[in-house]
Design a protein around this ligand. Structure first.
Ligand SMILES: [Zn+2]
Length: 377
């Protein structure tokens, strides 16, 4: 009984061996390929191969190539972008081979283009703009970090924007910007940019303001202005969205006299401070226009700033207009670009009729001339 079982077991093995040597195999292997025709680029997908006999597989996909001996074989591949071919070659033990080509479409990533200046002078505003092509893929979330800190991203005309600034007189350094765009398939593309801040070594301007003029400004007057600024910045922080959607304009058609950022002393031997605005020379009574749409935060007379108007443009951008003789707007009033807000004068700490114009970004003074004719600097 024991012997019989042994014989029965051996017999099929013999039959298989004989058939291999006597009948020559001329048939090419047949492979069943199971794979998706459309997949998200950068994500893994399975390629399933089922052959009618053991074969030596050669699989090519983009730069990837693999050889594997198997009958049934499954491999996970990382999807390439766009239309790509998977080439499968199966060769059996007798050297017969068959080839298959399957197209796999990798749904593209949403790639943002990022525009930012490569170099700015300390005190210049840095405008960062990001957009992406129209496609079936939707942008779900965009974030921008400036030196590792999340920035306020806002949209004007469908372009994602961030405005940041480095303080006047700050040391040369590099600002690192990272734009991160996530699509509706939870895929994220990151773009890095570097902005170099360079120093602006200009000679110190001596204003030689008479001591009597300066002494006329009381501590109480200074404190009132400081408190007013603190309050207006707090009020402006509530408006994280932009209130403008077109280019900024010059508030008056005057000519620049003292440029933004000039280091200067008010009195001989005094401390050096930076000029936070652009002085535009114009005759007394010249109409002053809002540089862009916004809401009036402050309109009033102060010891140093004189006839002062502050307009909040939203997204951390505020414009200041100083030394006016007459104010024609009130706090809380909505203004449109070009609206008359006051008249040029020489009130406050001023040596002659001119408009001192400032453009503040998150409290930091930036070069106003950088904004003229642009939606963001
Ligand atoms: Zn000035």
């Amino acid at each position: 009984m024991k012997k019989l079982i042994t014989i029965i077991l051996i017999l099929p093995v013999l039959v298989l061996t004989l058939s291999g040597s006597t009948n020559q195999d001329l048939a090419a292997p047949v492979v069943n390929i199971d794979v998706v025709d459309k997949v998200l680029a950068t994500q893994a997908f399975d390629l399933n191969l089922v052959a009618n006999e053991p074969v030596d597989y050669n699989i090519k996909y983009g730069d990837f190539e693999i050889n594997e001996v198997a009958q049934n074989y499954r491999i996970s591949l990382l999807a390439l972008e766009g239309n790509n071919k998977i080439e499968v070659k199966a060769t059996d033990g007798a050297g017969n081979s068959s080839e298959y080509i399957v197209d796999v479409y990798g749904i593209e990533l949403l790639k943002p283009t990022v525009e930012s200046p490569s170099k700015v002078i300390a005190g210049q505003a840095i405008g960062i703009s990001s957009s992406w092509p129209e496609s079936d893929i939707e942008a779900k979330f965009i974030s921008v970090s400036v030196d590792g800190e999340a920035a306020n991203v806002f949209f004007i005309n469908n372009v994602a924007r961030v405005i940041t600034a480095s303080k006047l007189g700050s040391e040369p350094r590099e600002i690192n910007i990272e734009v991160s765009l996530e699509d509706n398939f939870a895929r994220t593309v990151k773009v890095d940019k570097v902005v170099s801040i360079v120093a602006d070594p200009r000679p110190v301007q001596e204003l030689n303001i008479p001591a009597s003029t300066l002494s006329a400004i009381t501590d109480e007057g200074r404190e009132k202005e400081r408190a007013m600024l603190q309050e207006l910045y707090a009020e402006s922080a509530k408006n994280t969205s932009p209130l403008w959607n077109s280019a900024f304009i010059l508030p008056i058609s005057g000519t620049g006299t003292s440029g933004f950022g000039v280091p200067r002393r008010y009195v001989k031997g005094g401390n050096v401070s930076y000029h936070h605005g652009e002085d535009l020379a114009a005759g007394r009574g010249t109409k002053v226009h809002a540089t862009n749409d916004g809401i009036v935060l402050v309109a009033g007379f102060f010891a140093i700033k004189g006839g002062f108007v502050a307009i909040d443009h939203g997204a951390g951008v505020i414009s200041f207009y100083l030394h006016q003789s007459k104010l024609l707007v009130e706090a809380g009033q909505k203004v449109s670009k070009g609206d008359i807000i006051g008249e040029v004068g020489t009130t406050g700490l001023s040596t002659g009729p001119h408009l001192h114009w400032e453009m503040r970004v998150n409290k930091i003074a930036t070069d106003p001339m950088d904004w003229v004719g642009k939606i963001v600097p």
